[in-house]
Design a protein around this ligand. Structure first.
Ligand code: HEC
Length: 225
């Protein structure tokens, strides 16, 4: 018995030493242009899927049928998600093929609303999926969930029309008022001149600035200091 325990201790120590050696010598390639080993990928997938399922289970889904909510979500999606998750009839984007893991094409893949809400709000570690709950309230996140629910099967024309009709982003307006930045007027002029695409680009830039600000300072932009 004693000998068996001693033998096991030796095997475990050799295993730990080999693993430490492997890690400390930098032998695992973390470059995003080489895929994970199969076993690493499967492990990460199981951890991710179980983690999301456990956390999304108790999310309560509100009524997502309201047309204004869906339209609001269309504008948010175009500004914050389409670059990575694509718009209808868009083959690929500049960034998507370079990300690892590759963001799923949400115009083709249906995801249940609880998962969309949880993942959009909290993001996913080590994947490039941002935590949009930083700087966005739940109502805004739900508007995106409502729109994502309509995305599969939507034509490019219908999509552009919905983005163009999406209501102005009040969050961004209040940020402009409180943040001591130039007023939101410039943004609106740009929207009128460039139509839906210019609008979503302007929004996209401002959203990213806002998320970066909140992440760095720990305060929502425009808050009293
Ligand atoms: C910078 C790129 C990027 C942006 C922008 C982005 N995502 Fe993602 N997203 C990802 C990546 C990468 C994954 C895949 C992670 C994985 O496979 O582990 C992902 C995964 C997801 C998933 C999980 C899908 C599933 O099958 O479980 C959802 C839902 C999602 N994103 C929604 C959104 C929404 C909504 C937005 C906009 C508010 C958004 N994402 C913006 C990169 C992005």
């Amino acid at each position: 018995m004693k000998r068996a325990i001693a033998a096991m201790a030796v095997v475990v120590s050799i295993g730990v030493a080999a693993a430490s050696w492997f890690i400390l010598l930098g032998m695992y390639d973390v470059g995003a242009d080489t895929p994970h080993w199969n076993i690493t990928r499967k492990l990460i997938e199981v951890v991710r899927d179980r983690s999301i399922a456990a956390r999304a289970r108790n999310v309560e889904v509100p009524d997502l049928r309201d047309e204004q909510l869906v339209l609001k979500g269309a504008g948010q999606y175009a500004a914050m998600c389409a670059n990575c998750h694509l718009a209808p009839e868009q083959r690929d984007s500049e960034i998507r093929p370079r990300l690892y893991p590759r963001p799923p094409n949400l115009t083709e893949q249906r995801v249940d609303p609880k998962t969309v809400f949880w993942v959009t709000k909290h993001g996913l570690k080590m994947s490039g999926m941002p935590a949009w709950g930083v700087g966005h309230d739940d109502e805004t996140i739900w508007s995106i969930v409502a729109f994502v629910g309509k995305l599969t099967g939507l034509s490019a024309e219908h999509y552009k029309d919905m983005v163009a009709r999406s209501p102005p982003d009040e969050e961004m307006n209040s940020m402009d008022k409180g943040g001591g930045q130039e007023p939101g007027k410039g943004q609106e002029t740009r929207i009128r001149e460039d139509g839906a695409d210019g609008r979503s680009q302007a929004l996209s830039r401002r959203k990213l600035e806002k998320v970066a600000w909140t992440t760095i300072t720990g305060r929502p932009r425009g808050a009293e200091f």
